[in-house]
Design a protein around this ligand. Structure first.
Ligand code: HEC
Ligand code: HEC
Ligand code: HEC
Ligand code: HEC
Ligand code: HEC
Ligand code: HEC
Ligand code: HEC
Ligand code: HEC
Ligand code: HEC
Ligand code: HEC
Ligand code: HEC
Ligand code: HEC
Length: 258
């Protein structure tokens, strides 16, 4: 009797369990709210830095189905991203290494081609103005996306008083040998390589003293002006015939003789 009761109770319990399981599996529609019950890291990552993968898609839009019913529920990127050259790259996850934090990037030190899928202009500048920088990978300088490197982390300034902020007066990173500048460029920068010109001009008591190097040697390095560009020919043809160059009486522009 006691044994029969035990069996009966056991039967009733297992029937109940079976019923519960059946109703559970019938209702076993997974929802986005369920995932976090078993998976902690992906929801935490998405919450912290999911970006558009948090706001524009849900877990289940990427992960269709679930093991064991669906064995492969990892999406490929191209099921949603297509139509731009950037999306033709190999191995998306090599840079976007956590799809739950899509804009937290892992960039290798030797990347160039992938950058050009969005920044053609910089690639063109580097190719059209050959310099040592042309031979370097983009990420040799831009180690993180959108980070701007300091020139002085790789180069010594030309003079002791010169600092990082000065470099841009004369150089652009993607065409560093094309030295261009404007009239406001201070003469001290030029003087760090042309000390004689700077010291002569500084010592001069003529009106040229007030002019900067860049005001005369306009815009481009190694441009040399003629006196006549600014002065015309202020003397009579007779004098000029006898003394054809201005320098015969006035010496040089830096060390003007009145
Ligand atoms: C009851 C716990 C549970 C819930 C709820 C759950 N999962 Fe899982 N999930 C697992 C287990 C266990 C595995 C491992 C299964 C296997 O490898 O066969 C898994 C595997 C996965 C995988 C495959 C991982 C791989 O390496 O292939 C993905 C993706 C996944 N789950 C996403 C989700 C998403 C999205 C949700 C919410 C819609 C979710 N899971 C809800 C337990 C759960
Ligand atoms: C934009 C698509 C996308 C969204 C949205 C997304 N995932 Fe994933 N998930 C992936 C991809 C791709 C992988 C494979 C990553 C890999 O191979 O390194 C993955 C891997 C996983 C894995 C297995 C590896 C691991 O990191 O544990 C789980 C579990 C998972 N996702 C759960 C979720 C959950 C939960 C959500 C929602 C909170 C979610 N995913 C949202 C694309 C997505
Ligand atoms: C189920 C669709 C889906 C899948 C699969 C998917 N994405 Fe997305 N992803 C989106 C949508 C929608 C957006 C927002 C609109 C857009 O930028 O195209 C987005 C945006 C992004 C962004 C920009 C994020 C931001 O916050 O601006 C990156 C980066 C990205 N996805 C990378 C990936 C990578 C890498 C994969 C593969 C691992 C992937 N996606 C798979 C749907 C998806
Ligand atoms: C070599 C590194 C690298 C690879 C490989 C890579 N990406 Fe990107 N991706 C980036 C960088 C850098 C950005 C710009 C991020 C930003 O704007 O903050 C980006 C931005 C994105 C964006 C957001 C901007 C947009 O164009 O909508 C999406 C989406 C994206 N990638 C998808 C992909 C997909 C899909 C793949 C694979 C086919 C892929 N990426 C491969 C580096 C990479
Ligand atoms: C990550 C390191 C790095 C950064 C950052 C960097 N350079 Fe360079 N640069 C180099 C290397 C390496 C060379 C070749 C050896 C040398 O001349 O020092 C070079 C060469 C040059 C040259 C001579 C080019 C040639 O072909 O002879 C100039 C000019 C130059 N850099 C200017 C700059 C300026 C200006 C900046 C900032 C806008 C800058 N560099 C940022 C590494 C760097
Ligand atoms: C030698 C270091 C160096 C290399 C190599 C380099 N950059 Fe730059 N990049 C810089 C510096 C420094 C700036 C800041 C502006 C400047 O000084 O001209 C910059 C600015 C930028 C900007 C901001 C917009 C602009 O043009 O000022 C983008 C985008 C950029 N670089 C992309 C690239 C890409 C893509 C590559 C590879 C094809 C690349 N860079 C190679 C140093 C470098
Ligand atoms: C999918 C398109 C995409 C790819 C790929 C991409 N970028 Fe960008 N990049 C952008 C956008 C959009 C911006 C402007 C918004 C911002 O600052 O994030 C930007 C900004 C930058 C800036 C800063 C511009 C400034 O004015 O300060 C630099 C530097 C840069 N990218 C370098 C790179 C390098 C190096 C690579 C290759 C590793 C790369 N980018 C790949 C889209 C991209
Ligand atoms: C006033 C203009 C000017 C400024 C400011 C300037 N440069 Fe230069 N730089 C030049 C000129 C001109 C040359 C090229 C000389 C030649 O033709 O040989 C040059 C050449 C270089 C070179 C090539 C190697 C060398 O020394 O000849 C590097 C590297 C360089 N500059 C880095 C820098 C850095 C870094 C800064 C900021 C700290 C900077 N420059 C500021 C004008 C300037
Ligand atoms: C990094 C050093 C450096 C800097 C900075 C520099 N130069 Fe030069 N400059 C040179 C070199 C090297 C030469 C070529 C050698 C020579 O002819 O003496 C030169 C030549 C010149 C010449 C002579 C061209 C010719 O045909 O004889 C002029 C003019 C000149 N520079 C003006 C300037 C001006 C103006 C500045 C500031 C905006 C400047 N330089 C900054 C290094 C520099
Ligand atoms: C008033 C205009 C003027 C100013 C200011 C000026 N220059 Fe000159 N520079 C000239 C002229 C003109 C020449 C051609 C030689 C001559 O006739 O004096 C020249 C020649 C040069 C030369 C090549 C010949 C030589 O003397 O080595 C260099 C280098 C030079 N200047 C650098 C500089 C520098 C650096 C500064 C600023 C410290 C500067 N110049 C300021 C007008 C000017
Ligand atoms: C880029 C223009 C420019 C160039 C090139 C130039 N000068 Fe001048 N020069 C000036 C200016 C500006 C003054 C001041 C005019 C004033 O204030 O009346 C001046 C003044 C003078 C004066 C009068 C100085 C005084 O203190 O009264 C003489 C002489 C002179 N220049 C000769 C020359 C000679 C010679 C050359 C060539 C070697 C030359 N200049 C090249 C712009 C220039
Ligand atoms: C034979 C010597 C001689 C020659 C050659 C000469 N000058 Fe003069 N220049 C002078 C003398 C002397 C003065 C001062 C007296 C005067 O104002 O006429 C002067 C004055 C000037 C002044 C200042 C004018 C003023 O109003 O303050 C300028 C500018 C000038 N010269 C430019 C030039 C230029 C440019 C050349 C070459 C085309 C040149 N000179 C050739 C002797 C000369």
């Amino acid at each position: 009797m006691k044994r029969l009761t035990t069996i009966l109770v056991a039967l009733i319990i297992s029937a109940g369990l079976i019923l519960t399981f059946t109703s559970l599996s019938l209702a076993a529609e997974l929802s986005n709210d369920d995932c976090i019950k078993c998976h902690t890291q992906p929801p935490a990552d998405i919450e912290a830095q999911g970006g558009a993968h948090k706001t524009a898609v849900t877990c289940m839009e990427c992960h269709e189905g679930h093991p064991p019913t669906v064995r492969e529920n990892i999406p490929t990127c191209d099921s949603c991203h297509s139509g731009k050259s950037h999306y033709e790259l190999e191995n998306c996850l090599s840079c976007h290494n956590n799809p739950h934090m899509p804009l937290v990037l892992q960039l290798a030190k030797d990347i160039t081609g992938a950058c050009l899928t969005c920044h053609q202009e910089q690639g063109t500048l580097l190719q059209e103005n050959k310099s040592f920088h042309t031979t370097m990978a983009c990420t040799a300088c831009h180690q993180e996306h959108a980070q701007i490197p300091l020139c002085v982390s790789c180069h010594e300034p030309h003079g002791e008083t010169m600092v990082q902020a000065d470099c841009a007066q004369c150089h652009q990173a993607h065409k560093p040998l094309v030295v261009v500048y404007n009239d406001a460029t201070p003469s001290e920068g030029c003087g760090s390589c042309h000390d004689e010109a700077l010291s002569q001009l500084t010592a001069s008591t003529t009106k040229h003293h007030a002019l900067s190097c860049a005001a005369c040697h306009k815009e481009k390095h190694k441009m040399v002006p003629a006196c006549q560009d600014c002065h015309g020919v202020p003397h009579s043809p007779g004098i000029m015939k006898k003394f054809p160059t201005c320098g015969e009486c006035h010496s040089t522009a830096h060390n003007l003789n009145l």
